[in-house]
Design a binder for this molecule. Structure first.
Ligand code: G
Ligand code: MN
Length: 250
């Protein structure tokens, strides 16, 4: 894995996040993949834990952050869409790292990206592991004017009390809720309630994992601002993501 970092086998894929009001591409999520010479494309659930245990997540995270910021700056320049954003996932270990704030600040300075267009995603469990230190970290990141999202909401502790204590901008509703939204199930009501909660706390919402037009219509009717999922596009390499962005008609 160490060699793979040196050989730059870890690459970023990008999945668009769609603004539901006009169905335009509002931003992208950067997702790391291992382009393994023998095994083909390897997904993060197979290597992030090892990367964390070995500490390799630190250089990987640094590279990812700079690359994602550079990429979105480039796309902003090419399209003139100044509020195109990029979301970057932070792993548990990265989030506990004392110099994360410096690293983010450096990536922003190096690339000249408007900090508000960098959205950092953290899962609930990472926040809940140690709420006190998480709060300090989130406030420091917020101090850089970066945006903060809760990823996979609803799959962890779902402790509701922390939501309003932390400076969070966006809540991403986990795809397990979205995929179960059928007329016969209660999941539409669950998503409705979560959406209301988020809005009451002045957060905006991304519905994750939308795969059908029907799901898009439901989450639009529930007032979700954004959606992401295979219905619109899968995560893809930068060149393909650019093609998608340049030719998008909504
Ligand atoms: O934990 P996080 O939400 O960041 O994970 C995103 C992962 O979800 C990516 O690896 C991506 O491939 C996957 N994904 C994105 N959209 C969909 C979708 O519509 N359906 C399913 N099953 N997976 C998706
Ligand atoms: Mn994510």
């Amino acid at each position: 894995m160490r060699q793979a970092v040196e050989r730059k086998e870890f690459v970023l894929y990008y999945q668009p996040i769609i603004r539901l009001r006009d169905r335009q591409i509002a931003g992208f999520e950067a997702l790391i993949r291992w382009q393994h010479p023998g095994r083909g494309l390897v997904f993060p659930d197979e290597f992030i834990t090892v990367a964390e245990d070995t500490g390799l997540i630190v250089p990987m995270g640094e590279q990812t952050l700079v690359q994602a910021c550079e990429q979105v700056r480039h796309w902003q320049n090419k399209t003139g869409i100044e509020d195109l954003f990029m979301t970057v996932n932070l792993s548990a270990r990265q989030f506990r790292q004392k110099d994360l704030v410096d690293e983010v600040e450096k990536a922003l300075a190096e690339t000249g990206l408007d900090p508000r267009m960098l959205k950092l995603e953290i899962t609930e469990s990472v926040v809940m592991d140690n709420a006190q230190s998480a709060r300090i970290m989130l406030e420091q990141l917020k101090g850089l004017n970066a945006s903060l999202s809760v990823d996979d909401f609803g799959t962890g502790y779902s402790s509701l009390s922390y939501l309003h204590q932390f400076p969070l901008d966006t809540l991403k509703i986990d795809r397990s809720f979205i995929s179960r939204m059928t007329p016969e199930s209660d999941h539409v009501e669950i998503v409705r309630s979560v959406a209301q909660l988020a809005h009451n706390l002045a957060m905006d919402i991304v519905a994750e994992g939308v795969e059908t037009e029907e799901q898009v219509e439901i989450v639009t009717a529930l007032g979700c601002e954004y959606a992401q999922g295979y219905y619109f596009a899968k995560p893809m390499p930068a060149e393909q993501a650019w093609e998608l962005l340049a030719n998008w008609e909504g």
